[in-house]
Each structure stands twice: as C-alpha cells, then as structure tokens.
Design a protein around this ligand. Sequence first.
Ligand code: AHG
Ligand code: MN
Ligand code: MN
Length: 334
Amino acid sequence: MTEYITLSRFIIEEQRKHPEATGEFSSLFTDIATASKIVYREVNRAGIAEILGGTGSVNVFGEEVQKLDEFALKTFIGVLSRGGYLAGMASEETASVIKIPDDVPKGKYLFAFDPLDGSSNIDVNVSVGTIFGIWKKKDGDGDATEEDFMQPGSEMVAAGYVIYGSSAMLVYTTGQGVHGFTLDPSVGEFILSHHDIKIPEKGKIYSANEGYYNRWSEAIRKFVEYIKEEDKGTGRPYSARYIGSLVSDFHRNLLKGGIFFYPADAKHPKGKLRLLYEAAPLSFIIEQAGGAATDGRRRILDIVPESLHHRTPLVIGSKRDVETFGEFMEKYGG
Ligand code: AHG
Ligand code: MN
Ligand code: MN
C-alpha cells in the first residue's frame, strides 16, 4: 500500500480544513477507534473466552442483553466518558442518558450509539458492528439531558459504524464524504482503504426479512413483487441478501448498491429499528455517499426524535431504489 494514511492522520488533515476546529473532535475519534479495537479483539475471542450467550438481564426493549452487548457498552463508556469532549452518551442498552463522571470536564459533544448491532448473530460467527452518531449540545454547558438528544439527524456533526467481520472496518462521515478505514492488526491502526465511498445510483440487491411478508402493508408487498419480476431492461429480479445484522446488510449495499428496508408491520407499528443510534447515523452516511433514506415517506434526517429509543421504519440505500419504494407507498397508500 503506497500511502499509509492512518485514521488519526486523516482526521487531523480534515480538521485543518476547519480552522475553528479544536482537538476535541480528533481525540474523540481516536478514542472511538481504541474502543472499537478492544471490542473487535473480544469479538474475535468470542468462541474461546466466556463471552458468548446472554447475561440473563433484559434491556429497555425487553430483549435479552448478550454478554458482548454489555462488553461493548462498557468499553465505549469506559474509553469515551473520560475524554472531556462529551456532555453525555445515549445507548440502546441504557434506559436514560449516560452521565459523564463528575470529575471529568464536560465537552460539547453528544454521543449516541448502538454498542453491538446484530446481537442475534454473535454466537453464530456472523459479522456484527457498532453504530454511532455525534451531535453538539445546543444550549449551555454541563451535563446533557434527554432533551439535548432530541435533535434531527440533519444536525449531526458526524456519524459512523464499525463492522467486526473478517476484518474490522470503520466507516464515517463528517459531511465531507464517506471514508472507510480497515484495521491493520499487525500495527493496530485503522488505515484508509476506501476514500470517498459512493453508492451506485441503482442496485440489484434487496435486504428485508421476508418472513414478515404477511404482516406488511399492500404497498410493500407490491414493491417486493415488482422487484422479483423478470425484466432485464430494469435489472429485475433483484437478488435477496439479508443476514440480520443491519450494519452488515448496510455495508454490503453501500459498496455494491441496493436497498434495505425494515418497514412498519402489524407487530412493529413504528418499525423495529431505532432512530437515534441506528437509522439517523446510517442515513447521514448514505446521503453523503449519494444514496437516500426515508421511513417510507419522510427523509430520516428530518425526523425529530420523541425519545432516546424512538423507533422508525427504515428504507435506505441506492437513491433510485428508495425513490421507487416511495412511489409504491404513494400509489398504494402504504
Ligand atoms: P440489535 O442487535 O442492535 O438489537 O439490532 C438488531 C437489528 C438489526 O441489526 C437487524 O437488521 C434487525 O435487528 C434484524 O431484525 P429481525 O431479526 O427482526 O429481522
Ligand atoms: Mn442494532
Ligand atoms: Mn444493539
């Protein structure tokens, strides 16, 4: 590899374009990278270390917390909460805002994250990941409240995810394009491997859990039937690819093109995925990569969360495919 651009070097060079930037942002990202490496090491040992299976406790959604969920949560809190750049943290695994320790100076950033996405796949060796979104506290200093987090995705200053797969990759945006870094375990550095990622305008892949087909609205069923029709001219039928880890399904579609949708259904009237730390961060990324993200109708980045754990339907991926999905929703009153 000719240029060996580490994540920290890339961030510092990006920061130089914003003279007003303080070092806080780059130290936040350095710490995100550190926490990710620690989680990746544990994911890699999952089969060996006593880290598989459930903890026996349930989270605010009534889902059993997996040991790796808890490990990832504690690792990100442990590494980031003492950096002095955060006013508070919010996570899928904690009911309310995670407080920054009293002896640590409060910063201006708000960090919302899904510590381990794809938990159902942990014990079967399928890729999992961490998803995060970063906002700025709007008013005043000191500790963040839940109210401070009630900002639309369009106000995010950065978003990213780490995918713990055959290699560890960190993908992020600060609104200057989407960049991917692959961990070189021999030196423990995330190295720039995908500069300025762009998603194909139209894809040939769709990702959804068709097990719920009978719970979907007529509009969604019509869309699925449409993309399964034989029509060479419009690249149909699409291929079905769904592995049940949002971060992995998203990453594949980002690189190859395609559409992921987890719509509302009879059992999940607001959808299953969470706006603050799953849908909004990935929507910032997809728009920066030239794609689109809606809840079937509205742009995800325009939606103001009503709570930390606000659920939303999510339709995300290649722009043309998301538009076609929206046309079916319009036509059939989805
Ligand atoms: P998490 O493990 O953080 O709870 O997220 C799981 C999500 C997402 O990763 C995935 O797309 C979706 O749940 C899968 O849900 P189904 O099993 O209902 O398809
Ligand atoms: Mn998740
Ligand atoms: Mn999770």
